[in-house]
Structure formats: C-alpha cells, structure tokens
Design a protein around this ligand. Sequence first.
Ligand SMILES: [Fe+2]
Length: 372
Amino acid sequence: MSEHDYSNKHVEYVAPEATPEEQAELDDMYKRMDEIHLKPLWRTIGSLMPNSPESQAVAHKWDWEELYKLAQRSGELVPVGRGGERRAIGLCNPGLGGNPYISPTLWAAIQYLAPGENAPEHRHSQNAFRFVIEGEGVWTVVNGDAVPMKRGDFLLTPGWNFHGHHNIATEPMAWLDGLDIPFAHQMDTGFFEYGTEKLTDESTPDYSRSERLWANPGLRPVAFPGRTTQSTIGRYAWEHTDKALNEQLALEDAGFPGVVGPGHAAVRYTNPTTGGDVMSTIRAEFHRMRPGASTTPVHEVGNRVFQVFEGSATAYVGDETFELNHGDVVNVPSWKKWHIEAGADGVDLFNFSDFPIFEKLDLARTYTPEGV
Ligand SMILES: [Fe+2]
C-alpha cells in the first residue's frame, strides 16, 4: 500500500466552451435528466468514487459526565417498558444528518436502568453487545439464560436471541450498548419481534449457563461440536480480560513477546468455536497502555469506537485531537489517520469496530504512513 499516492485526486471534469445555443441545449438535457431521476457520472465521479474513502462521518468525542447526567435525567422523566423498549440514548455522529449513527454502520448508546426496573424481552436481527463501565446488580436474560453484568464485563446478545434486562440493585446502572443498527437500517436487513413482557428467568446466578459451558480457557464441551457464526459465550468477565492484559505486560517486562507494541497490551474477544470475531458484523477489543505508550498512526477501512474504561489518553484523528477521560467515547471514521497516546497514569480502553464486515467482503485495507 505504501507506494500509492493518497493525495492524488480526481481531475475535475471541465466542460468544453459552449456557444449560447449549445449551452441552452445542455441545460435542457441536464434538466430532463434530473426530472426523470438520472445523474451523469461525469458530474459526480469525484464524490462518488474518491481516490480513497472520504467519510461523511466526522471524528467526535462524547463526554461521559454529560452522557451520564442526561441518562440519569431520562431515568427520572421517562419510564422504561414496552414500546420504547429500552432507556438507551444513541450517540449521533454530527456528520450523519442527525441519525443515531455513530458511524454509517454502528450504533453506540448509553443505556440506563434504575433500581428495580425491568426492560421487557424482545429480539432483533441486529447484533448487540454491552460493555459495563460502572455498577453491578443487573442481569441480562438471553434466550432464557440469566447473565450477570458487572463492571468491566463484555456481554453479547447476537442477532435474533430474545433478551431483556432486570436490575435488583439499589443503585442505577449504566452501560455502553453497541449494535449494527445503522448497517441493518441502511441495507434494509432488519427484523424485530416482541418477546414476553415479564422476563423468562429472574434468577441471579453468579455465572450464566453459557459461561459455565464455554468460558473455560482452551476447553470446549464435546457435546457441542462444529462452528457457530455467533460466539457461544454470553459474558466475558472482567477478571479474565484484566488478567490477560496484565500477563502480556508482565511478559514484556520479562523480555518475552506478547504485547502489540511497546507498553501496549491488547486482547480481542473471540468466538470459542472459530477463534474469530464474536459476531458477524462487530469486532471488540480491549487495550491497556502504559503511561506514555502510543499506537502507530494508521489509516483503516472501517469504523472504530473507543471508550475509556480507566485512566486517560489523547486520541489524534485526522487533524483533530481529543483528550479522553473515564467513560469518554470517541469514534474514528473510515480511513481517517489515527493514533492514541496513553496519559500520565496509562489507559484502559474498550474498542469496537465494524471490521468483520469489510474483511468478509475483501474490502479491508490498512496503510501506515510511517511504516510498521
Ligand atoms: Fe434489544
């Protein structure tokens, strides 16, 4: 990729000099094209087929304190229940026309559940995950399996699984929801169905059945052979994520490989039946960077979203710089050059992206201008 000149732009079409009579005929022709819904390529190619992706989406940061305050307020003013279904507030990319799309493909929202509140069951073809930034005491029930939600946990609700939530805690709880809603919306692939209003399982086990079967390192149940498109694990508990990251950094200290870059540990949540991504449209990762560690600037096809779990960082996206603290969310539009530098205390970063879509379609590309 490095030999391609990405500054190379289309040569703009310049119409030959026309006489007034010719111009009148051209105007007539373009007017008629417009009337019957036609558009000539020579007038649109620059924006339609740019030399490299030029996303309408922009890089933007959402401040967690602001998000949380408004979620709290909506908890006071708006009941959760059938119809609206969830007290989830979508992050709207300022470049995407006011739609609740953080990218052309991805939805990100803060979801808020007050003590004792239940969110009724439903299912949809859109893939969903939750990442818990703070709190505990909520169980998400996925196809009748009660899955605990605790700080740092990553939870899956892959497409077409019934799911609802209930909160038995004395404190409200907030988490980040990620889905492929915009992708389904724009591609017209979405289906939705109501389930029971009362949750099918109101038990509060320490571990879900899916974890008891599937979340034992390197071990799979012989009773369930074969590959599944969606991960079989409902909850990736924080204790495992935290340990995996600590071990990478400890191995780095001892002079062994494991980290992705100096002072930068990273894990990807995977489907234990394939070793691949957890869902067909969404990739999720967790990154831990020591104080001052930095990622390599890169352009990538696809969209990323980061949320700071702990610590602080500076994100550089295109020409913009974002200071990030606990809970803050920032997105990287397709092909915008980005890198992240950890703050003075290091940073723990949750990340998700739509990369599996483009990898499957053979459209994935990356370019590191400074080399790898
Ligand atoms: Fe849902």
